[in-house]
Design a protein around this ligand. Sequence first.
Ligand SMILES: [Zn+2]
Ligand SMILES: [Zn+2]
Length: 449
Amino acid sequence: MNKSIVNWRNIFLLLGTGLALLLGSTLGLAGAPPVSEKSKASAPAKKAPPPPQAKLGIVSPKPNALVSGELMIQVDLEVPAGAAPPKQMFAGLGGPPWVRLEQQKDLWQGKLDSSLVPNGPQQLRIVTDISTVRTAVPVQVENPLRVWFADLHSHCSYSDGVFFPEDAYRYARQSAKLDVFALTDHLESLDDNEWLDTREAAWKANQMGQFVALLGLEWSKEWGHLCIYDPPTYRWPNDPQQLYRALVEAKVVAKFNHPGDGTTYFDGLAYSEIGDQAVQLIEVRNPQEELAYRRALRLGWHLAPDGSTDTHQANWGNLRTWTAILAAGLSPRNILDALANRRCYSTQDRNCQVLINVNGAPMGSILTTPTPKVLVRFLIDDPDPNDAIASIELYEDDRLLETIPGRGPNLSWEKTFQPMPGTHYYWFKILQADKNTIWTAPVWVTIGH
Ligand SMILES: [Zn+2]
Ligand SMILES: [Zn+2]
């Protein structure tokens, strides 16, 4: 028996080798005479030369230029004999908004508001109506951060609220005068048509530079409720660990909703590495939720506090608690970038602007390069002259580090600290004379030499 198996195997091996030889010679890989260098070199010459094509040269901005505010763009167009000139030209910083460039002889020009794209390295892309005539140049975008006021958690009749998506987005913009709004109906209640309508309402409500309507959902299980922003679908896994993985894969922003004191929902906020990648925000709107926030930070989560309302009534964005978002300008890209990087704070005051800066980085930053010192700064500016600040509490980790007395509605402050080696986080709690509270996101710093 054994012998016959071996024999059969040998036969297969022989057959295999024979087939390989046969195939090899057919394909000219083996056995065929070697192709001479001369015939190889002459082969491409048989092809027709590529047709002449228009060429773009970006005159302004220069490569790697630092750009801010209104960006002037100049593109030189070279059209060799026999080439078709493009009829339309557009410019964009990595993506939308796209602006049309106008032709003035051989130079095409236009202006682009660079504050509508996230700070950092971007490609200035020039495209035309001829798909192969395009170019790009790397630039560094740097615009000052501004504060935008938002409600990122609300419902309409598609789950357990009232009216329709269009009404919610209109009310949030026109009556509540919000800069950013997200409707987040319970995904378990939605059907395909309602989901389509929710998406359409958000698309229609967006106005570049004026108002950002974010698409949102609320994943609602006994384990806890999470908001999901800009989701590609309303179907998400029921299992929390699978949800975390799906959120990371979809590269969306997520938030822990109404966490109580943090000991019950989300497994008592037990730290999860994949969860920490998946979730950026946590609702912090009262002393109890402050406990949840502080517990989450102590357990190792990197989260920013959010002050959304979770309204189920026709008062979207008008409920004495808001999320303030730090971004250069009002565009969906900017707002999603800000939330993904935890650049926001929870505020019971409708217009108090808070900018904090730790070692040069805004709130929400995670600084991993070791430094010996920490320079903490803040700037608070409430446009209401009577909205006095009572006090400002600076926390190092979960410990009150410093209480700064308030004076009127505006205040700036800075101080250098030399903390113990290791990772620390710094965040503020601001108390106004009228008892309104503001909780900022931390900055995480690594102390070492
Ligand atoms: Zn909920
Ligand atoms: Zn809700």
